[in-house]
Design a protein around this ligand. Structure first.
Ligand code: ADP
Ligand code: MG
Length: 353
């Protein structure tokens, strides 16, 4: 209940009309709020009136909020069994959950298998150690330390994804290892955005842009350009924060998704070195092949899972892997500022800053 109140208190819906529109064109509006998935949600869409758009934005917010509560690993919500409930019952009891949790976990298992384990939602025991050390290091930089390798190695013994036991008939999930924990941070946001977009499409929404913390999903194209249904122009952030321009480039996206993963936003510093939040399952350390990567593909669930996964793969392997997936492109930004992209990426670039 306290959490619900907190969510409600944090909820700010800012609606802005972005253009007045001509007689035959609906107006473009934008809504922003900050209560979900620890980040900013932006919705851009078209409606006849501000009231219509506010109603739509509220519906989207409610849908995302439902996913947010189900996929939360840190907080409990009254009357809901979520991922935290599953974790709290590890090795003890199967937990009855909403089908949306089972769908997410089945999707995560598929991605684990497809990426050779580069993204593993059963790594919670390891990730929670990093999370605790990072939080302490940020709050008290003088006392920032790295987790002891033995601690990480011991936790890594409890990350077998096949210990997630799903009973679809009973709609239950059981962790068959008392020390295992789920962490769905690498896939949940994108999966929730994708399911919300599919739901909007079923409601007849044809032109809308949804971004949850940079997890961008476009339905159709934009309506307010020179021609109707032109692709949206989406910025890719420059991981080098000292660069004069905060954007690296912009790309064109219609009916598709762009998701980035990088080490430049969530990190802490130990002895002058940065340690970020994407952990290589092989080394149990922050992955250091790239500064950032972005993936463009039709679905946001895939884009989110893939961006975390390729961030954990060495350059040739990640390039070949993305090239093997149809309609999927990626950009790799290296620590020295150099850039590589898959063969079809260049044709999506709108402008290089
Ligand atoms: P962000 O959450 O910043 O959008 P990602 O989608 O790349 O970025 O997800 C990073 C999160 O995924 C981390 O905060 C952590 O919870 C989780 N994570 C980190 N490494 C892995 C991994 N190898 N496999 C699965 N999840 C991971
Ligand atoms: Mg991800």
């Amino acid at each position: 209940m306290a959490q619900m109140k907190k969510l409600a208190a944090l909820f700010i819906l800012l609606i802005t009309a972005l253009s007045s529109g001509c007689t035959n064109k609906p107006n473009r509006y934008q809504a922003e709020f900050i209560s979900l998935f620890d980040t900013v949600t932006v919705i851009v869409g078209y409606s006849e009136s501000r009231e219509d758009f506010t109603l739509l934005a509220e519906k989207i917010k409610n849908k995302l909020e439902e996913y947010h509560m189900l996929y939360d690993i840190y907080n409990e919500y009254e009357g809901i069994n979520n991922i935290k409930t599953i974790n709290d019952n590890a090795g003890t009891a199967p937990v009855q959950v909403d089908g949306k949790i089972i769908d997410l976990l089945e999707f995560a298992l598929e991605q684990y298998e497809a990426t050779g384990g580069a993204v593993n939602v059963a790594m919670g025991s390891v990730l929670s150690i990093w999370h605790d050390y990072r939080t302490r290091g940020i709050n008290s930089p003088a006392n920032a330390h790295l987790p002891p390798p033995e601690l990480l190695r011991e936790a890594a013994r409890h990350t077998d994804i096949y210990d997630i036991k799903i009973d679809k008939e009973l709609s239950t999930v059981y962790l068959n290892d008392p020390d295992m924990r789920l962490d769905v941070g690498a896939v949940a946001k994108g999966y929730a955005v994708e399911q919300t977009a599919l739901w909007l499409e079923r409601q007849g929404v044809t032109n809308l842009l949804l971004s949850v913390g940079g997890n961008v999903r476009a339905i159709g194209g934009k309506l307010d350009g020179e021609y109707p249904n032109m692709p949206w122009v989406i910025s890719i952030r420059n991981p080098d924060k000292s660069a004069p321009d905060s954007d690296l480039m912009s790309v064109l996206i219609a009916d598709g998704s762009l998701v980035s993963s990088g080490g430049y936003e969530r990190y802490y510093t130990v002895d002058g070195a940065r340690y970020h939040h994407i952990i290589n399952p092989d080394t149990l350390m922050p992955s250091d092949y790239y500064e950032a990567v972005s993936v463009i593909c039709p679905g946001s669930g895939m884009a989110d899972a893939l961006s975390t996964a390729i961030f954990n793969m060495p350059p040739k392997k990640s390039m070949n892997y993305i090239e093997s997936i149809p309609n999927t492109e990626a950009i790799f930004i290296f620590k020295d500022g150099s850039i590589e992209y898959t063969s079809g990426f260049e044709s999506l670039i709108y402008s290089n800053q």
